[in-house]
Design a protein around this ligand. Structure first.
Ligand SMILES: [Zn+2]
Length: 423
């Protein structure tokens, strides 16, 4: 048990330390000179607001992390996990369902522990800075739909895992890996047509002129596009974004409705050119490949770890292991342990993934310029995005290594200038 608790506390401390460094770095660098093109958008008042917003989010992170870590530790140290497993084991159902009951109950407790932070963020913090527009009704709807969707997906995955563990012994991880990777692809294909519409309304981009310009550019880049959509993101928040989603027939570009207003066509086209770059250079495919590889390694590690009785002693479940064996409820509990350990482990591998992703961002920016989008428009779009989202202009380099999938704004602007000169 001490091993598990030590890992959880270590994970919490490392991520809190990074967040603290990041905030301190912002405060000491807030008066650094900015490029002239940004000075009007980031005046003293805006910079102070950005620092305040970053601080508020950092503080919320400390508290929500502390709460969820404490709850998990209490679950183990307080013997709740053992009680839950015995309860599930006593259920008069198939062992698969006993495991599922134990797993879902534990995940539900974790979800409840995260709810205060989610409520505070949506109804207090994000409202204070003028971002959140969400109503209680939408929030509740999101929670119910989210729980249902993740409950169904979890049940499917768990059933697969359970059956593989029973049929394949030590080799279960290989089949589970196949299942997880197929799931990734299925999700990418289905999410724009099945999952996302549960939460948002998607309509073809209303601005015909812009839509034609985008389709025109896609054609020039030899990039078949299933559609250009806008999404009613404004019913939750005024944060801006645009993204690519789907695969093959479901491939599409989506603009937040908040972003369609407030940006010039040229700026939106440069963002669009960037997104086309991701596909043209197979970034999404490479990312899925990397994530799949990581999942394989983690599953292999999980299969080796879970095969040893001493592991159950180490997490305080030795008695349980002796009593019910690696079956039913204990498989549910074991996979829950794997899932909570996944967080500190993924923090450790995040620098690799983030580095790859940031490199892709630079490459896509350069691609957009090559498509004929002027550097000034690309930079204009990014500056506006940062200003409206109150993004931290001065993140700590170490924080960037661990948490930034996109380069910080200033580095990105510099790279765009350099790429523009190379053309
Ligand atoms: Zn990108």
């Amino acid at each position: 048990m001490t091993v598990l608790i030590a890992i959880l506390i270590f994970g919490y401390l490392v991520s809190s330390l990074l967040a603290w460094l990041n905030l301190r770095h912002l405060r000491t660098n807030i008066d650094s000179p900015l490029p002239e093109t940004m000075a009007t958008q980031f005046d003293q008042q805006k910079k102070l607001q950005m620092a305040e917003y970053t601080a508020a989010k950092t503080n919320l992170g400390y508290w929500s992390g502390l709460l969820s870590t404490t709850v998990i530790i209490f679950l183990f140290a307080g013997g709740i996990v053992t009680k839950l497993a015995l309860w599930a084991d006593a259920l008069n159902v198939f062992p698969l369902l006993q495991g599922l009951a134990a797993l879902l109950a534990l995940l539900l407790i974790g979800y409840i522990a995260g709810t205060p932070a989610s409520l505070y963020s949506d109804f207090k913090l994000e409202k204070k800075y003028g971002f959140s527009t969400i109503t209680i009704k939408t929030w509740l709807g999101d929670q119910i739909k989210g729980l249902l969707v993740s409950g169904i997906l979890m049940s499917l995955l768990f059933s697969g895992f359970y059956l593989f563990i029973n049929w394949l012994g030590n080799w279960w991880w290989l089949a589970a890996w196949g299942l997880v990777v197929s799931f990734y692809f299925l999700m990418i294909f289905l999410s724009p047509v099945v999952l996302m519409p549960l939460f948002n309304k998607f309509v073809p981009l209303e601005d015909e002129e812009l839509k034609n310009k985008i389709l025109d550019m896609a054609k020039r880049a030899d990039f078949p596009l299933a559609g250009v959509f806008q999404m009613d993101a404004s019913k939750r928040s005024t944060h801006d974004n645009a993204f690519f989603t789907g695969m093959g027939k479901t491939r599409r570009i989506v603009f937040y409705d908040t972003m369609v207003k407030g940006y010039r066509h040229e700026e939106l086209l440069s963002v669009m050119g960037h997104e086309i770059g991701h596909w043209k250079m197979k970034h999404i495919f490479k990312m899925i490949l990397a994530v799949s590889l990581m999942s394989g390694i983690l599953l292999l590690a999980a299969s080796r770890i879970l095969a040893h009785p001493w592991v159950y002693n180490a997490i305080g479940l030795g008695g349980l292991y002796g009593r019910i064996g690696f079956n039913g409820a204990l498989i549910g509990v074991a996979l829950y342990v794997v899932s909570i350990l996944f967080e500190p482990v993924s923090l450790l591998i995040s620098p690799l993934m983030n580095r790859m992703s940031r490199r892709h961002e630079y490459q896509s920016d350069a691609f957009s310029l090559k498509l004929g989008n002027p550097a000034a428009d690309m930079k204009g779009a990014l500056i506006k995005l940062s200003q409206k989202n109150l993004s931290n202009l001065f993140p700590h380099p170490l924080y960037v290594i661990f948490h930034y999938s996109h380069p910080p704004l200033l580095a990105r602007l510099k790279a765009i200038d350099a790429a523009g000169k190379r053309l």
